[in-house]
Design a protein around this ligand. Structure first.
Ligand code: XMP
Length: 387
């Protein structure tokens, strides 16, 4: 039975056995039957609220990829402080006096890991920012400004645009694209690490939805794409946290709001928004339309209100007309969703006038685009990203 939409299933008498199998709670009144399906991957439903100090958690449970059932949801500064102090101890004991490198994308997750590691091991951490050509407009410049200039971190910037785009040339299948991007990432880190002497640890901003959804839904790059012959021991201090918890921890670590509350961005970046086989011109259309959408959301008070918003460019064209002449160009799809933990999502009710204004800007400013569509699909049934 699909659980993605409300559905009348019958009376208690007709479906008593189904009710017992499928639901946690149900109310039956004569003809109508109401049931609630327990969906264990939705965080807010399965976190227990029993208070147990972090240090009491069993280490054996932390060793695998299942968040301990007793782990309390991190919602307050005090809980964040407890988590931070436990993780600092864990990081120091895992890394000892060795060196680590961190895959720093500049997103919330890797920034929080960077802040934790800078506290734990200081300048024995090297942050590596790889520009794979799939970043948003202005992003590499911002990472350099914040981490190198303001936070004084050891930051290596790698321009790997051509390398990634040539590996991805002609590759259409989304999981294949993810795996290529993930594997190439690791190779780049290995190369950087070799230049650095004695780096044994690779830190990553893996969070819990990456793990939970990696098998059944899609391969998130930091889970599904790692090569079997990985040269490093992994350091993943926030792998049991959901996004909202990462933000509470980030604030407690003293990161600026602009960094902590920025919208999430997937590891494979614009690569999963330039649908099918990536081409440089369509990638530019994604990047430019995304920049316009972000600018308009900021101007119209939606930045910080809407959880995630972006544009997608599919690999097909449609007929249009421009200046009285036939055009044959790509559509841009707008997506704007709200969620607590990315496991389910609802669509933002963007004012129609703003959608029209964004459409006018994108169709006049982005080369190769003649249509704009708004995606009305919640998760489920759609995932947030299109690939
Ligand atoms: P989906 O598309 O699975 O996305 O509903 C849920 C959240 O995860 C982000 N996302 C990813 N993050 N690597 C990442 O690091 C990935 O491959 C990836 N795919 C999706 C997505 O942007 C959303 O916030």
């Amino acid at each position: 039975m699909p659980i993605s939409r409300p559905r009348r299933v019958g009376t208690i008498d007709e479906r008593r056995r189904l009710l017992i199998l499928r639901s946690n709670a149900a109310l039956g009144t004569g003809k109508a039957l109401f049931g609630a399906v327990f969906f264990p991957r939705v965080a807010s439903r399965f976190m227990k609220s029993t208070r147990r100090p972090y240090e009491k958690r069993k280490r054996s449970k932390m060793a695998n990829n299942v968040r301990p059932e007793s782990m309390e949801r991190i919602t307050t500064p005090a809980l964040a402080e407890a988590f931070i102090s436990e993780q600092l101890d864990a990081l120091r004991s895992q890394i000892g006096d060795q060196k680590a490198i961190l895959a720093l994308s500049g997103g919330v997750d890797s920034s929080v890991v960077a802040a934790l590691l800078i506290k734990a091991i200081g300048d024995r951490l090297t942050c590596v920012h790889v520009n794979h050509g799939l970043l948003r407009k202005g992003e590499p410049e911002q990472v350099i400004e914040v981490f190198r200039n303001q936070m004084k971190a050891n930051l290596v910037y790698v321009d790997a645009i051509d390398r990634f785009l040539s590996k991805l040339e002609g590759v259409e299948e989304p999981e294949q694209k993810r795996k290529i991007i993930g594997a190439e990432f690791i190779r780049v880190f290995e190369e950087e690490a070799r230049k650095l002497d004695d780096v044994k640890f690779l830190a990553q901003g893996t969070i819990y939805p990456d793990i939970v959804e990696s098998g059944p839904v899609k391969a998130h790059h930091n889970v599904g794409g790692l090569p079997d012959d990985l040269q490093f021991e992994l350091v993943e201090p926030i792998k049991f946290l959901f996004k909202d918890e990462v933000r509470v921890v980030g604030t407690a670590l003293g990161l600026p709001d602009a960094m902590v509350y920025r919208q999430p961005f997937p590891g494979p970046g614009l690569g999963v928004r330039c649908l099918g086989a990536i081409t440089r011109d369509r990638l530019e259309a994604v990047r430019e339309s995304d920049a316009i959408l972000r600018e308009e959301f900021a101007k119209n008070g939606l930045e910080g209100k809407v959880w995630q918003y972006f544009t997608v460019v599919p690999d097909f064209k449609s007929t249009g007309v421009r200046d009285g002449v036939r055009s044959y160009d790509w559509p841009v799809i707008l997506r704007a969703v709200n969620t607590r933990d990315a496991m389910t999502a609802t669509v933002e009710d963007v004012p129609f006038a703003l959608l029209q204004h964004i459409t006018a800007r994108i169709t006049s400013e982005v080369p190769g685009v003649n249509r704009v569509l708004y995606d009305l699909t919640p998760k489920p049934t759609g995932t947030i990203e299109w690939e």
